[in-house]
Write a protein that binds this ligand. Structure first.
Ligand code: G3H
Ligand code: ZN
Length: 287
């Protein structure tokens, strides 16, 4: 079923595990993720950034691919098709394209503007049965060219946004998109605790899931993080597997240049990351 993320996140909060958001970047990503999540009975959120959506031919193309592949693979676990770090316009485009969940990322806007736009989109999304994620405190690092410092979210602002009725809240707690620097101070669990105290059972979202030590992820999940986003780790694994295939000269052996062979090691590497992350998030068998 392709559904909103609301119910799967409510179950995750109650069950003290996290639902993975695995970002998709093309057909191979989509097929690998859906295949593994069905195999492990993992509820999954397929994240689509604005850049990835453009790369794949637009949100309607992405939705058509995901819906068709969901049916052709016989997927039975809950799947949400989710705009990741969307701006105001992209949110409406994805609603029209058939997405079942949207993130309005207004963290770069003045708080009052973030609040006003979030309020409007919450009402529209819920009227149409979609789930909606909003963000407080820019997540550090770079995502689709959006660079942020990674400041920690203000628990008071988190409460204000949560009180709008969002279905999930991305709150910066020192997490960063992409690779973590060697001198990274780690997740700020005191900030997470303060945010949790203000937001109750609101499903919290941990962006920048690639490269966070497993024990820190598990601790964050135990403290109310119900969705963990992973993109870079799948990209790194795909690139390494593809590089190895070519460095071994396999692209020059027989029909090794055929993209169905050339992309296969990378596709398997994505599956491996999805399996490993799902085990850490505690979501295996939860669908
Ligand atoms: O929104 C997407 C995620 O936050 C991706 O973060 O590339 O560091 O795993 P990551
Ligand atoms: Zn993110």
């Amino acid at each position: 079923m392709i559904v909103s993320a609301k119910e799967m996140l409510e179950k995750a909060v109650a069950g003290h595990y996290a639902v993975p958001q695995f970002n998709i970047n093309n057909l191979e990503w989509t097929k690998s993720i859906l295949t593994v999540c069905e195999e492990l009975k993992v509820p999954v959120i397929l994240g689509v950034s604005m850049g990835a959506g453009k790369y794949m031919g637009g949100y309607k193309t992405v939705a058509a691919m995901v819906y068709a592949m969901h049916d052709s693979l016989g997927i039975t676990v809950p799947v949400a098709l989710h705009l990741d770090h969307g701006n105001y316009d992209a949110a409406y485009e994805c609603i029209k394209a058939g997405f079942t969940s949207i993130m309005f990322d207004g963290s770069s806007l003045p708080f009052e503007e973030n609040l006003a736009k979030a309020k409007e989109l919450v009402a529209v999304a819920h009227k149409l049965g979609l789930s909606i994620e909003c963000e407080v405190g820019g997540i550090g690092g770079e995502e689709d060219g959006v660079i942020s410092t990674g400041e920690c979210a203000d628990p008071e602002e988190c409460k204000i946004i949560a009180d709008l009725g969002v279905d999930m809240l991305a709150a910066g707690i020192g997490n960063i998109h992409g690779a973590y620097p060697a001198n990274w101070a780690g997740l700020q669990f005191d900030v997470l605790e303060a945010i949790k105290a203000k937001t109750g059972d609101m499903p919290l979202v941990l962006h920048g899931g690639s490269g966070i030590p497993d024990d820190q992820v598990r601790k964050a999940v135990s403290m109310g993080v119900a969705k963990v986003n992973v993109n870079s780790e799948c990209q790194w694994a795909f690139a390494a597997a593809t590089r190895e295939y070519i460095e071994q000269g396999k692209d020059k052996q027989g029909k090794g240049f055929d993209p169905r062979k050339l992309l296969a090691p990378g596709a398997e590497a994505i599956k491996r990351v999805c399996r490993e992350r799902s085990e850490v998030f505690g979501c295996v068998g939860k669908a």
